[in-house]
Design a protein around this ligand. Sequence first.
Ligand SMILES: [Fe+2]
Length: 432
Amino acid sequence: MSLPPRFADLKASIAASYPDFEQNATRSWAEVLRELDEVTKQIKEEGADYIPQVNFADLQNLNEEELLRIKRRGSVIIKDIVPDEQAVKWKEELKEFVAANPTVQGEPADDKQFFHLYWTKPQVQARSHPNVLAATVWLNKLYTAKPGAAISKFDGVDLDVPLTYADRFRIRKPGVGWNFHPPHIDGGTIERWEDPTFRRCFEDILTGNWRRHDPFHLEGRLDARSSLYGRPNQSSIFRSFQGWLAMSETAPTQGTLRVFPDVLLSNAYLILRPFFTPTAPADSEEIYNPASWKFDISAPDFPGIYPRDGGYAGPRPTPALHPNMRLGDSMTSVPKVNPGDAVFWHCDVVHAVETDHVGTGDSAVMYIPAVPMTPQNQAYIERQKASFLSGQRPPDFPRGEAEVGYVGVAGVDDVISKEGRRAMGLMVDSVA
Ligand SMILES: [Fe+2]
């Protein structure tokens, strides 16, 4: 599936808009390839331990080194956000909801485990739980303005005010192969290059200063248009981190999340990749040598981006197109979590879901991202609120059967805290 010829023009215009692009990109590409070679070996050696873990209770006491480690890896496990019993209870209630409403939509259709449900009581309660919101504020505040700039320059942005983004949940059974989440990035596909604002997030990479690239700078993120083509299932808001809250124990090999745990390197590699063509086979040893790549902007393809539903999907790195990521070795399963722990990954992180679940119990999670107050996000929250109040699916998600009329759908009273009501747009005054 090739991309339209205009994408060759896009490449040419990007190349023309930065001084000495070819020279800088070629030097950067060689550096990134060499560093990937080292880091991917280290990741393979350390395995799940490569992914940082912190206790919810310790979030405010981390030192600079620990924070830098979390930011570079891009993923973090936050343990004990809510008590185990509470998380397990939510899972049981979700099962009851599904049993009471047999027509709910889910996948696979003959043995539902991933549910197109947004407004059950456990979901609404979990999203508005003060600790869950506090964890997301902490994540939001890992973002900063560029050095020398002040956060206050961003009108209407308040990283201390969390917003709620309603998403779904899964209760995955052992033994069933899931093949629908190979390595990918959400929240913007070709837009990462095509939208000039989104592209600003990667400016340091495109100007030859990839080591200076900071995926946690707010510039560009806030107004980035991550959904130029309005494809369903394509988040239109800025989530600082995607995440899920565990409602069961889930360990590696039990259908858990896998990540490429170096967001600086994966960004640098993926953003520069469309400007280079290999001269050696992807599965050969030579491919790791920068001399086996040449600068080439003649073709319209952006490797890993492909047309879908009138828009584009990806980036979806693959061993054939992105050999230097050594995905087979570097995609790392997150360490074991217990009910009430959560996993969060930066919105640029390459992630996947394990295809097999060889454990013995459910692997159950609610998808709950970190979302800061920004004008664009607030506008979405208003539309989302209307869908909550009328029991409809939230605006970003595929159309289908609505929840209104199901037994046990949440109401406003299930939003359990003041911060939670604010996060849902149910009160306009800031939380005192
Ligand atoms: Fe995803």
